[in-house]
Design a binder for this molecule. Structure first.
Ligand code: SF4
Length: 252
């Protein structure tokens, strides 16, 4: 979207929300949307199902300003299958921490071929990643390790985009239970079209479309992140075992 089009869209959202732009606080996200405009988007998208929300997103935002990430984890095929049907040209960013299971990288490559995805990887700077290896930061301070290997590489490209699409669902964690369809997080508009999808609905979709799980699911892993921080277990119980940490920080 060029600056004029973006400005026109923002103005439309603002006027639809019913308050003059001049009366609003200065937005702190790359799309330039005010809190009122975000609230208005939530109202408009709430009655839609997740597929309708995704289709609508590509009408309301310039496609080249839409950022999609995937962890290629346990059930990522669900989200990626839907994205690939609705927007086949959408690039998919994978945050390569350098600590993934080989099975995750194989699953990434497999799904990329299966769905014809256009993927690209994000990584920490070599010296920073090497520091977390030498320092064993994942043991000593996993929040710092996630910041270096996950959060910073993504933060570096956020300014290029206006909206970041996630596949989060409320039932997955306490932190996710209070999330909205649209929200501002760390300088970008987050779009969570599946936030109200139930586990049963997700599983039914996976069965209907015979989608492949991550290969480690068959070995008892339910939520799959880095090798240092993932063990077998139900739900997200196998992540950061023995530590208070429940999220990598990307979505907080
Ligand atoms: S999940 Fe563990 S190994 Fe991976 S980036 Fe976070 S702390 Fe580091």
């Amino acid at each position: 979207m060029n600056a004029t089009a973006a400005s026109a869209q923002v103005s439309e959202l603002l006027s639809a929300a019913g308050t003059p732009a001049a009366a609003r606080e200065r937005p702190s996200n790359s799309a330039g949307l005010s809190a009122e405009a975000i609230a208005h988007l939530n109202e408009r998208y709430a009655p839609l199902d997740f597929e309708q929300r995704l289709r609508r997103l590509y009408q309301d935002f310039a496609p080249d300003k839409v950022l999609v990430t995937s962890s290629f984890a346990a059930t990522s095929a669900y989200f990626l299958h839907i994205i690939s049907r609705i927007r086949p040209d959408q690039p998919i960013a994978f945050i390569d921490t350098g600590y993934h299971f080989p099975e995750t990288l194989a699953y990434r490559d497999y799904l990329t071929r299966l769905f014809g995805l256009k993927g690209f990887d994000l990584k920490a700077e070599d010296w920073k990643h090497q520091f977390t290896t030498d320092d064993k930061t994942y043991q000593r301070d996993p929040d710092l390790c996630c910041t270096i290997n996950k959060v910073e590489p993504l933060d570096a490209i956020k300014p290029r985009y206006h909206v970041w699409v996630s596949s989060l669902m409320r039932w997955q964690t306490d932190e996710r239970a209070s999330m909205s369809i649209f929200e501002e997080r760390r300088g970008i508009i987050k779009f969570n079209p599946m936030i109200d999808v139930t586990r049963e609905q997700r599983d039914a979709y996976i069965r209907e479309h015979r989608l492949p799980f991550h290969p480690l699911v068959a070995q008892g892993y339910s939520s799959i992140g880095c090798t240092h921080c993932t063990v077998k277990g139900e739900g997200r119980s196998g992540r950061w075992v023995g530590k208070p940490k429940t999220e990598c920080g990307l979505h907080l």
